[in-house]
Design a binder for this molecule. Structure first.
Ligand SMILES: Cc1cc2nc3c(=O)[nH]c(=O)nc-3n(C[C@H](O)[C@H](O)[C@H](O)COP(=O)(O)OP(=O)(O)OC[C@H]3O[C@@H](n4cnc5c(N)ncnc54)[C@H](O)[C@@H]3O)c2cc1C
Length: 399
């Protein structure tokens, strides 16, 4: 097996193959120079200086030797040759494969305004990006964060906790607009405002000049550091050049196989049929990367099962943890359990009266039960969700 991309999904595919007792050679090829690492801490504990490089690495060096995983770091795969089943590195080196797993992830979307190329403008995707931002945070005083999604808000929370002046600029009329219900956006707006973060909604950056950011609402912000978090684009070019079908991601079937039965695609780069979305979708999360890798490893080991893991996600901002389970997009009926003023509540999302997702703030119990209810397809009515006297665990036990 050759795995291209040594991120969360690529690493897990190699590790899971060995756990499946797959004993043929595994080559894991990654463009980044480091050992495979996890990205979530890069906008949380690592950025704050509470974790170091060793803490974010998925395994130490010895793991790869002990498990006979041939890890080739700092090497970009530039071509897939499907006719003779091999991949080619930029160095010209070729690796033959019987099975190829594409785990090539995504890359940041770039800001395209005047001044976006200035040195003080940073993006956060890789360990090197995080090291650079961490260094800049030591001396920066005024920070503008472009994008009020998960990464932008996590970075804003860290920077504000370090005593920096922070302004968040979000193009939509509320925070995390694509991911959560308005009640949760409002909660996070209050949270950030309460900590002294300035927030500009329905506003875009017009121009960045040395030391200043000009916004569409006419205001100008002092900024010696601009951190941009406006989403990612899936890496599809390698697959596309190899003649594979791509859309918003590399298109795979329910077994995560491309139209070439020897090639799989997993993680951020894969557009897959997802029973919780009711259609093909692409998901950017650790859960998705890990579970898709496990699914493919099981398929290669001959235990073929379609991918149907329950999607879940989390974000940490200040002292608040938001845990999300299911896919809430397209939900029409929303029920709040608990009270936002208590800083402990959950939003239950329903599509056609079926539970679709639960977002929980400081209510890990709801999240854990939710994972089980959604996995089992247990019926839950909006009235039941709203009724605090009903113990959700009892439904789970009945199921
Ligand atoms: C700052 C940050 C915070 C996050 N926080 C959370 C969180 O709290 N919770 C959560 O669930 N998710 C979070 N995520 C998202 C999560 O980390 C990603 O969804 C996950 O890493 C996807 O794994 P992947 O293996 O598909 O892609 P990646 O981790 O991006 O790995 C892909 C790898 O492939 C390499 N590659 C690409 N092309 C080639 C090539 N041609 N040749 C060789 N190598 C190649 C890339 O360099 C990269 O190392 C966060 C992401 C970031 C950036």
């Amino acid at each position: 097996v050759v795995i291209v991309g040594a991120g969360q999904a690529g690493f897990q595919a190699a590790a899971s193959l060995r756990m499946e007792a797959y004993d043929a050679p595994i080559t894991l090829i990654g463009e980044e120079p480091s050992l495979p690492y996890q990205r979530p801490p890069l906008s949380k504990g690592f950025l704050e200086g509470k974790q170091n490089v060793g803490n974010v690495e998925l395994r130490p060096d010895a793991y790869y030797r002990d498990h006979k995983i041939d890890l080739i770091s700092g090497s970009e795969v530039i071509r897939i040759n499907r006719a003779n089943r091999s991949v080619e590195l930029r160095s010209g080196q070729r690796f033959p494969y019987e099975t190829l797993i594409l785990a090539i992830g995504s890359r940041v979307r770039k800001l395209s305004v005047k001044g976006a190329e200035l040195d003080e403008v940073c993006y956060l995707r890789t360990l090197d990006d995080a090291i650079r931002i961490r260094q800049r945070l030591e001396t920066a005083r005024d920070i503008v964060v472009v994008g009020g999604g998960f990464i932008g808000l996590e970075v804003a929370a860290v920077a504000r906790s370090m005593g920096k002046s922070v302004a968040v600029v979000e193009a939509q009329s509320r925070l995390m607009p694509r991911a959560v219900a308005p009640v949760i956006s409002d909660f996070y707006q209050e949270l950030h405002l309460g900590h002294g973060v300035q927030i500009h909604l329905a506003t875009v950056v017009r121009e960045i000049a040395a030391g200043q950011v000009f916004l569409s609402d006419g205001s100008a912000h002092k900024a010696d550091l601009v951190i941009v978090g406006i989403g990612v684009l899936p890496n599809v070019e390698l697959a596309q050049d190899g003649g594979l079908t791509v859309a918003d991601g590399i298109v795979v079937d329910e077994y995560l196989r491309t139209e070439d039965s020897n090639i799989y695609a997993i993680g951020d780069c894969a557009q897959h049929p997802n029973p919780f979305a009711g259609q093909s979708t692409r998901i950017e999360s650790v859960q998705n990367a890990v579970d898709q890798a496990r699914c493919v490893a099981a398929n290669i080991a001959g235990r073929g099962e379609p991918y149907r893991a329950v999607p879940w996600f989390w974000t940490d901002q200040f002292d608040i943890k938001l845990q999300m389970v299911g896919l809430s997009g397209g939900s029409v009926h929303l029920v709040t359990r608990g009270n936002p003023t208590s800083r402990k509540f959950s939003v239950f999302y329903f599509k056609e009266d079926r539970l679709a997702a639960i977002d929980s703030i400081n209510r890990p119990g709801d999240h854990l039960v939710g994972r089980k209810l959604l996995a089992a397809g247990t019926a839950l009515t909006p009235d039941q969700a709203a009724d605090e006297r009903l113990d959700l665990k009892s439904l789970q036990q009945q199921a």
